[in-house]
Design a protein around this ligand. Structure first.
Ligand code: SF4
Length: 503
């Protein structure tokens, strides 16, 4: 395996430098070090800051070596704790300028060394649509934003157009909502019928944990009852039940939980209420009927792929037929906003298999479609047992991404949200497409970080957005289910302290 070593003599932008090099060389052994480079590397980088310059020296085994230099804007060091708000903002701006300049320089170097470009240019750790949205809000024209994304961030013409289209649509949707005075509620159910090969969430197989589910629902309801009064000063805009798979709860457990949410937070004025039914093998008529008794406006029935052979490989343990039946059943019961999630780049899937999935999905005509590029995170079984899957191809390319977009357009959907993750195959993106009026508002709010999201349940990560969206603080619940149940009062107190301090 190709080996790359990075020696950080200056660690100011360590994460950004690492991520950009990783994006160019996804399949390499990449080592960071701080004192000395390890032996036997095929390519090394040394990142240093000398006076007013960042310097990145590179050295390839075949003898190609050199150094690039990026000028630093002065003043970013003045992180005086007593600095005024304005000073803090200036410091933040200067830091951003330096980071952008360093990433720009490094990107040019990596293009030269690797002989390739990346569709999203040097955008790592930045949400493309949020970047475009910021420029729109600053009064820039679409054409100027596109120019800026291409020139300063090296984003391809097509991806810049996608980000700007999405930012404009998001802006239109958000116009209807007084999001600055509102908040959204996330409720997590961390159980799944089986654990998918690529899963990196803290998800628990239902069979093993069945006896704990009632205790979990009790703890969750306790959290619902305690947290709702803390948020009385704000308006609840959207609710999202995710996981895991919320529909692993029995109809009675689901009913109990939904009733508690309604009694404590209230459903009045809620613009959107999503329940990610997710796994088709967890959906039954009885459960959907429970959801129908509450003002649930949007559900997901997620195929990921419509190829049985792939479903078997990725451990979803349900059939294509079950997906279709669950979808038809949900329609029959009156759900008029159904999302479907797909993943491209799954093991062994080529273009024709994705084509087949899209054909099957088109026949069902969902209201929205979320297309994910496979991202294999460290904790996923697909990564842990990667030797087993060495022989398999993981194909994703622009042609496949374009095919999914075309299919979405054919279903009268347009893109409305976008996000990128680390370790995505081909450095692509996840895109949500939706018909007019069927976009998932919660997805936009969380991506654009426009308002607080209060997350309840094991692994829930609340995001407290304040100072007009300029500051974000997180409050985490423990991930482990047993721990969550045992330490529920501590989770509640964490929230109480953070909410009273920041919101
Ligand atoms: S359904 Fe989702 S959360 Fe559950 S195991 Fe699969 S990927 Fe993980």
């Amino acid at each position: 395996m190709y080996k790359i070593g990075i020696l950080f003599r200056n660690r100011e932008f360590e994460h950004d430098v690492y991520e950009l090099i990783r994006a160019f060389y996804p399949e390499t052994e990449l080592t960071s070090c701080y004192e000395e480079l390890p032996e036997g590397q095929d390519l090394t980088f040394t990142v240093d800051r000398i006076a007013d310059d960042f310097q990145i020296a590179y050295d390839q085994a075949e003898g190609n070596k050199g150094v690039i230099s990026v000028s630093v804007v002065g003043g970013a060091e003045s992180t005086d704790a007593a600095a005024s708000g304005t000073q803090t903002e200036i410091t933040r701006d200067i830091r951003k300028q330096n980071k952008d300049a360093l990433k720009y320089g490094l990107y040019q170097l990596l293009v030269k060394l690797s002989g390739k470009t990346l569709p999203w240019g040097n955008l790592t750790g930045i949400r493309p649509a949020k970047l475009a949205m910021g420029m729109l809000e600053a009064g820039m024209k679409n054409s100027d934003i596109a120019q800026e994304m291409r020139d300063n961030y090296c984003v391809s013409r097509e991806k810049a157009a996608l980000a700007i289209t999405i930012a404009n649509r998001e802006r239109e949707i958000l116009k209807e909502i007084d999001y600055e005075h509102g908040y959204s509620l996330y409720i997590g159910i961390p159980f799944c019928p089986s654990i998918c090969l690529y899963c990196s969430f803290s998800s628990y197989p239902l069979k093993v944990w069945e006896k704990k589910v009632d205790d979990y629902v009790d703890a969750l309801i306790h959290e619902v009852q305690a947290v709702a009064p803390m948020m009385k000063h704000r308006k609840l805009d959207t609710i999202y039940f995710g996981g895991g798979t919320p529909t692993t709860l029995s109809p009675a457990q689901m009913d109990r939980l939904l009733r508690a949410v309604g009694e404590n937070f209230g459903f009045e004025g809620v613009k959107e209420f999503t329940v990610e039914a997710g796994r088709p093998d967890s959906i039954t008529r009885e459960k959907l009927e429970v959801l129908k008794r509450y003002p649930v406006t949007r559900i997901s029935v997620n195929p990921q792929t419509m190829n049985q052979v792939t479903l078997d490989i990725i451990g979803r343990r349900h059939t294509v037929e079950e997906t279709k039946n669950a979808f038809v059943l949900a329609r029959e019961l009156g759900f008029d906003n159904i999302n479907m999630d797909l993943i491209v780049g799954l093991p062994g899937e080529d273009r024709s298999m994705v084509e087949n999935t899209l054909k099957e999905v088109r026949a069902l005509m969902p209201d929205s479609l979320t297309v994910h590029s496979l991202a294999v995170k460290r904790a996923a079984r697909l990564n842990i047992f990667r030797d087993r899957y060495q022989e398999m191809t993981f194909e994703n390319n622009q042609e496949i991404m374009d095919m999914t977009m075309k299919a979405a357009y054919e279903m009268e959907m347009g893109p409305y949200y976008l996000y990128r993750q680390k370790n995505m195959k081909g450095n692509f993106e996840n895109v949500g497409y939706a018909k007019v009026d069927k976009a998932g508002i919660y997805n936009i709010l969380i991506m654009e970080e426009k308002q607080p999201i209060i997350a309840l349940g094991a692994g829930g990560s609340s995001k407290l957005v304040f100072e007009g969206g300029q500051r974000i603080e997180r409050v985490e619940n423990v991930k482990d289910v047993t721990n969550y149940i045992e330490r529920i009062d501590e989770m509640i107190e964490r929230k109480r302290a953070a909410i009273s301090a920041w919101l």
